[in-house]
Design a protein around this ligand. Sequence first.
Ligand code: JD8
Length: 390
Amino acid sequence: MRLDYLTIFPDYLAPLTLSLPGKAVSGGLIEVHVHDLRRWTHDRHRTVDDTPYGGGAGMVMKPEPFGEAFDELAIDGATIVVPTPSGRPLTQALARELATRERLVFCCGRYEGIDQRVLDHAAERGELIEVSLGDYVLNGGEVAALAVTEAVVRLLPGFMGNAESLTEESHEAGLLEYPSYTKPAVWRDREVPPVLLSGDHGAIARWRRQQSLDRTAARRPDLLHGAQAAGEWVIASAVPADAPELLTLQLACWVTEALVNDDLSIPPLHEGLADVEASVRDWDVYVVRVAGRLVGSVRGRVVDDEPTVWEIGRLMAAPDLRGRGLGRVLLEHIERAAPPTVQRFRLFTGLHSEANLRRYKRAGYRVVATHDGPSGPVVLEKPQRRAPRT
Ligand code: JD8
């Protein structure tokens, strides 16, 4: 890949010869050419800017130096990358896209920006990509050009020592990365999470996935929309702030159940916000959101005086999403979340909850007890069949 940079501050791009891009150059993967834009000025002051037509503060970069640079550098057919606050946000997906190009030509603006005719002209001679680093204002395009370069060059085949580490990265998988630890196992009374010392690669992989999901749900819920749009139910650990929506979902689900059973005595109907807040504290509670709406949940805990029993409860799917497999996905998730000491799962349902009874029996549960009272509950259990350790 060939990379050209047009800038009035060539020294600002010196980092291109260091670290990552530096190695790529020495490895022959890329060739880097930094050009001082003033090379294409012809007046004594080597002028690259002038006052804006229509008035207003600041100066605008003149079109002529860019045009002559384009001609001399023969940029036809190349991808012209113009950093600007109004550009496409730089994402891993855009970096992957740019990594497929043969040639990138960066136009690094300063002042109030570059005369718009330069961009229109570039779009006629090649592929114009206007890119933004983020929703904040910088003084020029050089920093963005460096960031785009690093994000793109590291994706070039043969660049990263082990390609595998690329696929593992956050954003590559559309999620934020899980927390990492290294020796010592205890530092300033802080321990490394025991699962990471267990050697159980399956459990480690599940823990890391859940950490990525929880972080993404807490810090970047917008990133989850992609996964959901792709039809994937993204399950994250509940946080106290989820309690109000959990209560609303619970009432919606159990009002339906009560109507079916014609029985308003079902306990979940009579729980309040405090009960749900306590549940988030005392149980392992998981939630599913679609486009930010909390649409599903389930909880699990080890039964007080039965340490090998994992009690599952409050399995809920928003009434408008019934029949889409969300209940099954939540049940499988809460079973996988059980600690290694668990040998069987236990859950309860209403005597008249035909649909629930059918679903649980399909999932391998068997009725082990029926408590009195017109609508149950019915107690179902299933042995925990652990996948052989990998
Ligand atoms: C290019 C000139 C400065 C911007 C008046 C301040 C990218 N994420 C980003 N924030 N800012 C930039 C950026 C800023 C630039 C130029 C990129 C060229 N400026 C201008 C408009 C307001 N001054 C950027 N990528």
